[in-house]
Design a protein around this ligand. Structure first.
Ligand code: GLA
Length: 393
């Protein structure tokens, strides 16, 4: 976390509320590094937590009113604890409202609402899970405020349920688990069937650049849910063809795909090829990093992007142009889209010594082609979500 984030949030709190916050929490955004749209197919993905995220401060209110201030947008919303529902007027608040509603399910209703303030430094709509950062920070802080015991997995599920029920995106658990389990200088390899997360250490001089196309990917617009439905259709087709249970595309091997692809609906076959390939790339990628071969790892990132572009059709011209420019740029090991797709940021693998020059090269290539800027963030993998106690809170 950038220390200035908490300081700024505390200063904003003092301007708006009497008394200090009772609880504070921080949760990072994430970048998906390999394993695209594998989570809801019960496969594997490699991700990092960003060293950027959201802080959420809260204190009990005198009555059941909940007041939520979003500093980044200078907006505020008020609702009653007894009827927590999605808001059309303040859609940003649905991630916090949704997590709160999940926390309260099955618990006696607390007697007081809260004043809360959130501030983040993850670009919104860039595919970097600013929404999961908000869910996890709000979840940690509000569970602590109300003394509701909740484990990591249930917190991740509460965030996912907020996305499904309050925001309308049928996401998997990648974003929430990555935000919770992040480790400095490490990737996470998550198995989305067992929901176990393994840490894969990274060389300290590895850097990721996030090049934001500023094409607003809006996962609630239906394309994400459509891809998920297509994967579910493909899994059902395989169950019929293989004559055995196929709970998810995780259960289909590449040789089985090769044997049966021609008998399938071509669209379902392409979507399945992407997911099956991505699962293998995530597993191979973890092994390559453990063997100390980031260059070969980077080649898997390029292969992943090509698969997104051709088989899953969740890229866009701006992302393709960035990845092509990265392919040609000295000092780049790999590049691909990250997260849901259809816009947002490309993630580029490089080294500390090359990061600045690579960022400039890619931003310039983007400017020449699209006549506008492409903000480039250099990130180091950071730690996961945490309550901020004592002097920090
Ligand atoms: C979004 C979703 C995740 C995951 C990725 C694609 O970030 O929220 O659950 O499906 O897209 O891998």
């Amino acid at each position: 976390m950038q220390s200035s984030l908490l300081e700024t949030a505390r200063a904003q709190w003092t301007r708006r509320f009497a008394g200090g916050p009772a609880v504070a929490a921080y949760a990072p955004g994430r970048a998906e590094i390999l394993g695209n749209h594998t989570d809801y197919n019960e496969g594997w993905a490699l991700s990092v937590a960003l060293n950027r995220g959201t802080v959420f401060l809260a204190a009990p209110a005198a009555d059941t009113r909940c007041r939520l201030v979003a500093c980044d947008m200078n907006e505020e919303t008020v609702f009653d604890l007894r009827s927590v529902a999605p808001s059309r007027e303040h859609p940003w608040s649905n991630y916090a409202r949704g997590v709160l509603a999940m926390l309260l399910r099955g618990h006696p209703l607390p007697s007081s609402g809260f004043d809360a303030l959130l501030l983040g430094d993850v670009p919104v709509g860039a595919g970097l899970s600013s929404s999961a950062a908000l869910e996890m920070a709000a979840g940690l802080a509000l569970a602590d405020l109300y003394g509701i015991p909740i484990g990591t997995l249930d917190l991740a599920r509460a965030g996912q349920a907020a996305e499904h029920e309050f925001a309308g995106t049928r996401c998997g658990l990648l974003d929430q688990l990555s935000s919770l389990h992040g480790r400095r200088h490490a990737l996470m390899l998550t198995d989305f069937r067992s929901l176990s997360v393994r840490t894969v250490p990274l060389d300290k001089d590895i850097r990721f650049l996030l090049c934001d196309t500023q094409v607003k990917h809006n996962l609630t617009d239906g394309a994400y849910n459509e891809r998920r439905a297509q994967c579910e259709t493909a899994a059902r087709e395989f169950e019929r063809l293989l004559k055995r249970p196929v709970a998810a595309l995780r259960d289909v091997s590449w040789p089985e795909w090769e044997t049966h692809a021609a008998e399938m609906d071509p669209l379902a076959a392409r979507r399945a090829a992407h997911v099956i390939g991505e699962n293998q790339r995530a597993l191979d990628g973890a092994a390559l990093l453990e063997q100390g071969d980031p260059d070969a790892f980077g080649r898997l990132m390029f292969a992943s992007h090509a698969s997104s572009r051709e088989r899953f059709e969740n890229s866009c011209p701006e992302l393709d142009a960035l990845v092509d420019a990265a392919h040609a740029a000295p000092g780049v090991m790999g590049a691909r889209l990250s997260g849901g797709g259809f816009g947002g940021a490309a993630v580029v693998l490089t080294r500390k010594r090359d990061a600045q020059a690579v960022g400039q090269t890619l931003a310039e290539a983007f400017r020449l082609r699209f006549k506008r800027t492409c903000p480039v963030l250099e990130i180091e993998p950071g730690d996961g979500a945490t309550l901020l106690h004592g002097a920090d809170a």
